[in-house]
Design a binder for this molecule. Sequence first.
Ligand SMILES: NC(=O)c1ccc[n+]([C@@H]2O[C@H](COP(=O)([O-])OP(=O)(O)OC[C@H]3O[C@@H](n4cnc5c(N)ncnc54)[C@H](O)[C@@H]3O)[C@@H](O)[C@H]2O)c1
Length: 425
Amino acid sequence: MSKKQLKIAVVGLGYVGFPLALEFAGKGIEVVGIEIDSDRLKDITNRRSYITDITSLELKAALARGNFKASANFSDIKEADAVFICVPTPLKGRNLPDISFIKNAVKAVSLHIKKGALVVLESTTYPGTTEEEILPIFQKRGLKHGRDFYLCFSPERIDPGNKKFPIHRIPKVVGGISPEATRMGESLYRIIIKQVVPVSSCRCAETVKLLENTFRLINIGLIDELSMMAHKMRIDIWEVVRAAATKPFGFMPFYPGPGVGGHCIPKDPLYLYWKAKSFGFNSRFIKLASDIINHMPEYTVKRIEEALSSHAKKLKGARILVLGVTYKKDVKDLRQSPGIEVIRALRKRGAVVCYSDPFIPFLKLNDIDLRSVVLSNQNIKMFDCILIAADHSSVDYKGLLKSAKLIFDSRNVFKGIHKEKVERL
Ligand SMILES: NC(=O)c1ccc[n+]([C@@H]2O[C@H](COP(=O)([O-])OP(=O)(O)OC[C@H]3O[C@@H](n4cnc5c(N)ncnc54)[C@H](O)[C@@H]3O)[C@@H](O)[C@H]2O)c1
């Protein structure tokens, strides 16, 4: 089949699904995106992108070409040769995997799928999900793998906000229920991605993603712990990492922070942890790293308290501005953001907390209702301490340094600057 005749569907137009859909559309393929969030659908209709990695201009261009549309109606997938599922996989209760979004999406797909189409799950999940949970949904409807449909798992590895590595530059791992399914997945991804890495099974492909994110979790946990240790020992951990990173092999730099957020690192390893438990295996590394990282917002507050105290100020009643509340720099994603955790912890200790973030004009959560403060010199001077929680590129840090009374820099924005008013994590 030629590219021009190919039709694909992407279920879930979020941080993962939306760029994927536009990437295929950019190659001239007819793409329908299925989305249940009416606000997101409205934004698409109004040609407004809600994701940092897609500009509204790019969305406008895709809509103008006429080969991309968004819909809430699953019957729109009935002509698709391939369906990519990119729905959320959060945690529920006591850190348990919640794969209900996947199951609901797959049930709806199984009602409308075209005979012989390929279904690819891209949502991050525990090993065995595709084979044990997804395959039976199709089978229960009397559909046979290899005749009526094909099934693969392919982990999404995007790094939102990272301009150096857009989708097409990130090698794609794919593993199918059968070698034929893997081959189909491989040839589809080759349309948009240079390097495709086939593996022997869905289970392997699922575990690849969890290895990658567990590797990050554990290394972040390690450097967070070392940063707390280094502070006690009066060693500058940032300088240590910078120098260690000059080793050309066997070392990869990780940096401490006020915690870890987003829809990946804090929760993906817990999917693996849970699944391993069902095999009677206790992953001590995952548990330890999660515990250390979860402690970082509290630790950040403790360090802010110390910094204020050395400026003869008490935390209770202090006016604190949290600069950057998204989970990392240059994205507008608030999910599991450590900045929010720090705001809560500071408030609990009696501090008066405001925030400023170029990506988040209003912060409306259950317990927080704030408006972003404009970073004028006059406003900056009103605060006893400014915590840099996310180091967005567009902020005028020079101006901040000039006007602030005290800065708690949890991201090493003021690298190499040693001033009494700058305290580093
Ligand atoms: N955000 C990342 O950086 C990232 C990176 C790699 C992998 N992942 C994984 O990819 C998956 C998706 O993450 P995301 O960040 O794109 O989430 P997201 O919440 O931004 O997007 C998911 C979208 O799916 C929609 N949705 C939910 N159920 C649906 C259904 N039944 N039908 C149609 N649409 C539905 C939601 O409304 C939402 O818009 C998760 O498993 C995540 O762990 C995320």
